[in-house]
Design a protein around this ligand. Structure first.
Ligand code: PLP
Length: 421
């Protein structure tokens, strides 16, 4: 068969299932008000939870870092690319996020995706078993696949089911429990205290991906593990620097023995060019902001925005009680899925529905991305509304009006015209 025909058939198949993904082009920095695909909108789309991505101090820090260290690292960490800037960042991260460990050490990575591959492939050698939450991020799924470990998937956030699996496997080889801390498409939080207890009982590693908690959770923003006050030498903590921290990159904090193992063994650490030192320099500046009074104030603002959105969505749904079967409107604004974090999923079910609601909101000037499989399970397509401390209270009020009108269009979803895309 003509290999192009194979691809074209695959693309057509995806299109027929409303699964085609497209990229919108931003002509402005990441902020609540952005210019996207040529129109000005209020965006609820980024992971810039503290509104630091366009912070003047971090823009200055990148420039200063570039003047001091140059534009690029020039090599891998083991072959000349390891800069003083990376070392300083790692020191500050170990101190900030390493409170759970006896002898914490940090290792910086160019992305969270690479950090997760590093952890799971280096710890998950042949003979090991990996226990993975069913809703883990794609990078953890790929890390599990790339490891030589046997992989067992436990039902989402179900510590009892995980416990049963661990009992079944008693006496086996190395065990690794792996979970998102704040789930990226649902915003709920893993039962980390229970997982830590299971890890201790079974002497398993507990790998926690805190991409959406680092900088946000806890009084000082040190992340979900710190917020819960967990302490365990078995914890392997991954945080990212491109979300709340507003820059780019990622890191692992763990006992220094674990970090040494990653340096020796993790192929996605060893065989890749080190991130630009200027980015590490800016990330260290971001940590300074996040743990100080400015970070604290921004977390308080984010908390207010989260509370407002939860109340607002609740009010829209209850103002328009259960609709008749001919006007299935309010049913499309489910409350059950709301979370206590900056990530608010509005699960609508079908892919087409998610796209048409997102397009209708865009016509009102609000960008809330539709998320479809395989990012989320089939039949749970949703709008992923994400909040930032940089959103204004007025943004949320106007969003409430737009959502009320979109979700209560008389014969939703049919009346929402499928916008051109
Ligand atoms: C974004 C994300 C990652 C990947 O981090 P990058 O730095 O963007 O590569 C990993 N895990 C989770 C849960 C994420 O949301």
């Amino acid at each position: 068969m003509d290999p192009f025909e194979v691809l074209q058939a695959g693309l057509a198949e995806r299109a027929s299932q409303a699964l085609t993904r497209r990229r919108r082009i931003a002509d402005s920095p990441c902020a609540p008000r952005i210019r996207i695909d040529g129109r000005d909108v209020v965006a609820f789309a980024s992971n810039d939870y503290l509104g630091l991505a366009n912070h003047p101090a971090l823009i200055d820090a990148i420039a200063q870092g570039a003047r001091r260290y140059g534009a690029g690292s020039g090599g891998s960490h083991l072959l000349g690319g390891h800069s003083r800037a990376h070392v300083l960042l790692e020191d500050v991260l170990a101190e900030y996020a390493g409170g759970f460990a006896r002898d914490p050490r940090a290792l910086s990575f160019s992305t969270g995706y690479m950090a997760n591959l590093a952890i799971l492939t280096a710890l998950g050698e042949r003979g090991a078993t990996l226990y993975s939450d069913a809703l883990n991020h794609a990078s953890l799924i790929d890390g599990a696949r790339l490891s030589r470990a046997r992989v067992r998937v436990y039902p989402h956030a179900d510590a009892a089911a995980l416990s049963a699996m661990l009992e079944e496997d008693r006496g086996g080889g190395v065990k690794i429990i792996v979970t998102d801390a704040v789930f990226s498409m649902d915003g709920d939080i893993a039962p980390l205290a229970e997982l830590a207890a299971l890890a201790k009982r079974h002497q398993a590693w507990l790998v926690v991906d805190d991409a959406h908690g680092f900088g946000v959770q806890g009084d000082d923003g040190a992340g979900t593990v710190a917020a819960l006050g967990l302490r365990s030498p078995l914890l392997v903590y991954m945080g990212t620097l491109g979300k709340a921290a507003g820059v780019a990159g990622a890191f692992v904090v763990a006992e220094s023995t674990v970090i040494e193992w990653l340096i020796q063994r993790a192929r996605t650490y060893i065989f890749t060019t080190a991130a630009a030192p200027a980015l590490a320099h800016a990330a260290a500046a971001s940590v300074g902001l996040m743990r100080g009074p400015e970070g604290r104030a921004r977390r308080a603002r984010l908390r207010e925005r989260i509370d407002t959105v939860r109340t607002m969505i609740g009010r829209i749904a209850t103002d328009h009680p259960e609709p008749s079967s001919t006007a299935p409107s309010a049913a499309a604004l489910p409350l059950a899925s709301l979370s206590g974090t900056a990530i608010q999923p509005i699960v609508v079910g079908e892919n087409e529905t998610a796209l048409s609601v997102a397009d209708a909101l865009l016509d009102h000037g609000f960008w809330i991305p539709a998320v479809r499989p395989p990012t989320v399970p089939a039949g749970t397509a949703r709008l992923r509304l994400s909040l930032s401390a940089a959103h204004e209270a007025g943004d949320l009020e106007r969003l409430a009006h737009a959502m009320a009108s979109v979700f209560h269009a008389a014969s939703y979803p049919r009346d929402i015209r499928p916008a051109s895309r």
